[in-house]
Design a binder for this molecule. Structure first.
Ligand code: AHM
Ligand code: MG
Length: 341
């Protein structure tokens, strides 16, 4: 990190975005505006979430999304809020959302950017007052400005992200994002309606002693993952699993740890979506000094083949992710040796 870029704790998100833009003489301000649009939608969603239980926003919406999952009312509300903010902002030509079957054309043909979003992640936790989140990735379009966004624009691999972030609606609400120059976290002050810089230049510990994994699926985990989980237990690691990816990731980012969602019998390619969840968090993890893998290689280098593609995800402290990969690769070698004989 360039120290010249450091801004003091307490700087508002708006000022931070503006000051960062000044460091890039040819920036047009469109990406800055887009980040502000996302922050505005996050404030609105935060307000809705905080009223859950008082107004009729909890429970099932009565429909399934494209992946056959039960949509919650707040999933639908958050989806509408983010799409509206991005459409009104004008910088985005197309959006892809975990809650929508197809690409959404915003009608802003001059928009240079594409957004991939999981508007409300961890929705099974909404009704029980447990932290949930929003995850987003921003890409520059590859199609010509002045035309509609295309599938090719949306199917870029994670290395092409120009910004990514998440909002965690937790004991406080935080927005954490990167534009590829480190990671910064902002805490929401509800009485002022502002996000303030609270976690400048976030760096994740190289290693840790927390593993986060839903061990309910243990019997169908790959052998390498089973062996790694035994290693965690033998070494006295702590198991921590909220079941909200953003919250589990955020805790591990700060404290050091690894989050694992492997392939299972129920979800042979893993459960998490490459474009809406894995890539954004992978970009943030790497920018904070961590790693993200699918067990075989780097998440951000996976070439997407479909919008709602899933992937196993192993993400967090660099040395822990390396260790999981080591266990996975050892298992592959063993299988190869058996088949060769
Ligand atoms: P969602 O986007 O439908 O909410 O699903 C993603 C969530 C993650 O937040 C969480 O880590 C995972 O699903 C939990 O899955 P499981 O209940 O199988 O452990
Ligand atoms: Mg999700």
């Amino acid at each position: 990190m360039n120290d010249k870029l450091a801004l003091p704790v307490g700087t508002t998100l708006d000022r931070f975005i503006m000051r960062k833009q000044e460091d890039f003489p040819f920036a047009t301000g469109e990406l800055s505006q887009l980040l502000r649009d996302i922050a505005l939608a996050a404030k609105i969603v935060n307000r809705e979430i905080n009223r859950a239980g008082l107004i009729d926003v909890t429970g099932a919406y009565g429909q399934q999304n494209v992946q056959g999952e039960e949509q919650q009312k707040l999933d639908v509300i958050a989806n509408i809020r983010f799409i509206r903010a991005l459409r009104n902002g004008g910088e985005v030509c197309a959006i892809i959302s975990e809650e929508e079957d197809e690409i959404i054309h915003t009608g802003n043909l001059k928009g240079k950017y594409i957004v991939a979003i999981d508007p409300l992640d961890g929705s099974s936790n909404i009704d029980v007052n447990v932290s949930i989140g929003t995850i987003f990735s921003i890409y520059r379009r590859v199609s010509e400005v002045g035309t509609e966004g295309t599938m090719e624009d949306c199917m870029q691999n994670g290395t092409h992200q120009i910004a990514a972030g998440y909002v965690v609606y937790g004991s406080s609400t935080m927005l954490v994002y990167t534009t590829g120059h480190g990671v910064n976290g902002f805490t929401y002050e509800p009485s002022l309606g502002e996000f303030f810089l609270s976690h400048p230049n976030m760096c994740t510990p190289k290693t840790g002693t927390i593993y986060s994994c839903n061990e309910g699926g243990y019997n169908s985990f790959p052998e390498g993952i089973k062996n790694y989980l035994s290693y965690c237990k033998e070494n006295g690691y702590s198991g921590r699993y909220i079941g909200s990816l953003v919250s589990d990731f955020h805790r591990n980012l700060i404290k050091g740890g690894v989050y694992i969602y492997p392939s299972t019998a129920k979800a042979p390619n893993g459960k998490l979506r490459l474009l809406y969840e894995c890539n954004a968090l992978a970009f943030i993890a790497e920018q904070a000094g961590g790693k993200a893998s699918n067990g075989k290689g780097r998440i951000m280098e996976m070439e997407p083949t479909e919008l709602h593609q899933r992937s196993p995800l192993i993400i967090g402290s660099a040395e822990m992710v390396d260790k999981v990969e080591e266990f996975m690769k050892a298992e592959v070698k063993k299988t190869e040796a058996v088949t060769a004989n």
